[in-house]
Design a protein around this ligand. Sequence first.
Ligand SMILES: Nc1ncnc2c1ncn2[C@@H]1O[C@H](COP(=O)(O)OP(=O)(O)OP(=O)(O)O)[C@@H](O)[C@H]1O
Length: 502
Amino acid sequence: MSAAPSAAPLLQALEVRKSFGATQALKGVDFELRAGEVHALLGPNGAGKSTLVKVIAGALRPDAGRLLLGGEELGRIGPAAAHAAGIETMLQQTALIPDLSVAENIALGRRGGRGGFVDWRAQRRDGAAALAALGLDLRLEQPVGELSIADQRAVELARALSRRCRVLILDEPTATLGAREARVLLEQVRRTAAEGVGVVYVSHHLDEVLEVADRATVVRDGRVVEVMELRRDGVQARDLVRAMIGREVEVAQPPALAGGGAIALEAQSVTVGRRLQEVSLTLRRGEIVGLFGAVGAGQSTLARVLSGQTRPSAGSVAVDGRPLRVRTPRGALRRGVALVPEDRLRSGLVPAFDVAENIQLSARALGRGVLARRRLPEARRWVADLGIHPADPTVAVSALSGGNQQKVVFAKTVASGGRVLVLEEPTAGVDVGAKQEIRALVGRLAGDGAAVAIVSTEPEEVLAMCHRIVVLRKGSVVAELPREAATRQTLTELATGAEAER
Ligand SMILES: Nc1ncnc2c1ncn2[C@@H]1O[C@H](COP(=O)(O)OP(=O)(O)OP(=O)(O)O)[C@@H](O)[C@H]1O
């Protein structure tokens, strides 16, 4: 059943309003999704994208407005009813059961046959059909826990298809994937839409959006500012940026190297079990070094070793010439080493505390906090520098959108006064405007003498920020190159070993 995008709306949201206390997250939003289309939802951090998809998925009750599915009023439904109506959400973390097989996971959550009996044969047939529709060649008996993250995502798509899902909501679905796997997933998303599903695609990755989506609705400050046709010739990322933030954003260039600073950090023959083998590396003051690799290549383990949070099984790390023998983030901070981890939940944000308190947390733990009366002005500076929204440091962090929480994590770590900064995916989930602000700030910190390591699976991230790029594959360093010698292509080839295979 291959369907071209049809013009009649499959899902309509009309005049949807939603407030949280004084914050009006949605100020009367109209949104329309057609069967068979991939429809991107774009906007800066805090624009209201997550709020809108939660309303559509029945997870949040709107204050006003209507939802229609196939022309019929959905009313005020909860998550279970939305699901039963054919509206599914794929979360950033997979929602599969690792011990169950591919077939069982695909069948999961489906109603049994008549009389409650599960018709296993029919389910296997459906499962196989869904996998085939996505172009997947997986064994139905294989436990899902043995699959790569990329294949697990694909099984989730197959599950949505086999459930006859009508609306599928994807929120940053490639977040945990490397570049090559992300492309495969985008193709599978297209195939899902080709089966007649309406796909809502929320992402800050504009190149992915241009590749996968037919249309985009751009939201800013709780309102729709534009609905764009993306399949027309000549639509480029910068057109999306202009619609999202109302101005053009310059492409960041790495800052000029401050000159051969002293060695701040030195790793020698670091090995961690089978995850990292004999990695040696130096970081100089004033220098920004990229640690680039595909997901699982070892760069996250290296980040934890460099920041003193994982002890290597062999080899050593020295900071300012002295061995780094710490185990906790606080211990590392005492030695001036700070890690901004990718996972905000592990990064010690206290949701109930306000933005200013969170920014001060690490510094205070070290006895370096600013005086109480200077706390707010200091926090206001961060809020302005990074464009944290809402621009009020007394708001609880739990009330911030995901991207804005990421900015607070960043501010908190940098405010702790670290001189060696290990930043994991520092701009993941933040909008294009804030990306440039964070990149500019990292450049200033290096200019002031900090040594910075940027850990990323995204070529753009290291190309935009770093003076030098170290490429890892399967736990080893396979190349080290100056920024001028690196391109997206060379980095991807080195990281995947594609070059070696040719
Ligand atoms: N549970 C909540 N309590 C209070 N305010 C909230 C809550 N959830 C969202 N908000 C506020 O509503 C606004 C919209 O947030 P939303 O999460 O929808 O933004 P978003 O566009 O998804 O952002 P991001 O790109 O950062 O994920 C923001 O100002 C946010 O701070």
